[in-house]
Design a binder for this molecule. Structure first.
Ligand code: GAR
Length: 203
């Protein structure tokens, strides 16, 4: 059966990439296959995960290019060379330009570690999101998978899952719980949903 070619863009540890790889192995993701991992950080442990699973990877460093546009062009070239249909941002810590997003309209999804519209947008990434949630004192947080449009964290929501905040939580403890109880579950589910839609709607 034909499958959608998936690229996962990463910057760090890659636990969400791992969740996608595991979901493909277990059959939760069956309409697509991860063909390429792109990292904007050469030290990202996500690269090791790609290697361990025989997935092609590419490091694209912003500092090696003269402009944001050239940096994005290098990413676009790698995506095109691999025939990518669906891009999953899994802890990718760089905001993509409207031009880039326009080329993959409704074909880019992102996981964010809060219940959007809380604690999202420019400046809210990684641990900062959980620090803000604890500072505000919310009792429930969670994760969201959404389409990427020109507004940071502003695209149509695909899936959300709530997670309880517990007494004594630190940002690190809360981050781990949100990953385990929400992100690592809904990101593979949303990836399958969108890959399946692409298969049925044609490329
Ligand atoms: C995840 O919690 C992801 O939701 C978050 O970064 C972490 C990456 O972890 N992304 C954002 O904050 C994007 N705004 P991982 O590398 O282990 O998947």
């Amino acid at each position: 059966m034909e499958k959608v070619n998936i690229a996962v863009l990463v910057s760090g540890g890659g636990t969400n990439l791992q969740a996608i790889i595991d979901a493909e192995k277990s059959g939760i993701i069956k309409s697509g296959s991860v063909k390429l991992v792109i990292s904007n950080n050469s030290k990202a442990y996500a690269l090791e995960r790609a290697k361990q699973n025989d997935i092609e990877s590419k490091v694209v460093l912003r500092r090696e290019y003269g402009s944001d546009a050239e940096f994005e062009n290098a990413i676009l070239q790698a995506l095109e060379a691999a025939g990518i249909d669906l891009i999953v941002l899994a802890g990718f810590m760089s905001i993509l330009s409207p031009d880039f997003i326009g080329r993959y309209r409704d074909r880019i999804i992102n996981v964010h570690p809060s219940l959007i519209p809380s604690f999202c947008g420019k400046g809210f990434y990684g641990l900062k999101v959980h620090e803000a949630a604890l500072h505000y004192g919310v009792k429930v947080t969670g994760a969201t998978v959404h389409f990427v449009n020109e507004v940071p964290d502003g695209g149509r929501i695909i899936l959300q899952k709530a997670v309880e905040v517990e007494e004594g939580d630190t940002p690190e403890i809360l981050q781990k719980r949100v990953m385990a109880q929400a992100e690592h579950i809904i990101l593979p589910q949303a990836t399958e949903m969108i890959a399946r839609n692409i298969l049925f709607s044609g490329r």
